[in-house]
Design a protein around this ligand. Structure first.
Ligand code: SF4
Length: 282
């Protein structure tokens, strides 16, 4: 600073001192216009409102998705109401008689059935077997070679696995009823076709209505599709309880699937434990 400037600055300082202003500070570059004393402290930002997390609502019974799950009076799994089945128990196959039918009467009506294209290649009609007052009805896909030979459902390797699963949860074969969605063997054990299912399933519904079980167990996707009208993959919807009229229904894998995939036996075992728990509590 040269002498002239120094003098001028001194004069200004004296002038300010006469005015009572004595404190001076040097502003940092970039702070012009923002003296610290003029900055208004901003209040701390308000914390975001707390998000209220409601407990997950129980799945609505009317939601098929996935579907889930009427917690039946009991079963650990919730009950999902599936899409309405194509047929109702009462409309699918009107019984020719008034009043409740017996299984014998339904078998008589079936006769030497030729209502679909499975008739020419079958050996025997496999109507169904078991307790006519069973609390539990198993429904499979269709008879295989052993069943076609013997006229009885689930007597081959898959049947032996089914028997073993029942034993693990203290169920006896003679206490349940076992049948299929079609009563004649599809050639080569193929999946029954729609026209075959449409012709045969009315007799199945009449059987269910005659037995009035507490629980239906659909074994495999074709049985689930026919009885519950659910088209989702069986591994997605298995182990869940559904409404079927006044009855409950459980979907699980077919024992034949477990024979092809032995590691999946635990799935079948888990679902059989649910069946046991349901029957105990209902
Ligand atoms: S599958 Fe059913 S509808 Fe077809 S011929 Fe056999 S019993 Fe009759």
């Amino acid at each position: 600073m040269d002498d002239e400037t120094r003098k001028e600055a001194k004069a200004w300082l004296e002038f300010y001192q006469e005015l009572g202003i004595e404190g001076f500070y040097r502003r940092e570059p970039g702070t012009v216009g923002k003296p610290p004393s003029l900055e208004v402290a901003q209040p701390a930002a308000a914390p975001p409102p707390k998000q209220v997390v409601s407990p997950a609502p129980a799945r609505a019974a009317s939601s098929p998705a996935p579907p889930k799950p009427v917690v039946p009076p009991t079963p650990p799994a919730a009950v999902i109401r599936p899409p309405a089945p194509t047929f109702s128990l009462f409309e699918a196959a009107p019984a020719p008689r008034s009043g409740p039918e017996t299984l014998e009467q339904i078998r008589q009506d079936l006769g030497d059935c030729r209502r679909c294209k499975l008739a020419p290649t079958r050996k025997t009609i496999v109507f169904g077997e078991g307790n006519p007052h069973a609390k539990l009805v198993f429904i499979g896909e269709g008879p295989g070679a052993d069943e076609d030979e013997q006229g009885l459902p689930f007597v081959g390797r898959a049947g032996k696995l089914l028997n073993r699963m029942m034993q693990t949860v203290d169920l006896k074969r003679e206490d349940v009823y076992i049948c299929n969605i079609v009563k004649c063997r599809p050639p080569g054990n193929r999946t029954p076709e729609k026209d075959e299912v449409d012709s045969c399933s009315p007799f199945l519904y009449r059987q269910i209505e005659a037995i009035k079980p507490r629980l239906i167990c659909c074994l495999g996707a074709p049985a689930v599709r026919t009885v519950l009208g659910i088209k989702e993959g069986i591994t997605k919807i298995r182990g869940q309880f559904y409404d079927f009229g006044s009855t409950k229904a459980l979907a699980t894998v077919h024992p034949a699937y477990v024979l092809r995939n032995p590691r999946e036996e635990k799935i079948l075992r888990e679902d059989f434990e649910k069946i046991r728990d349901f029957l105990k509590s209902s």
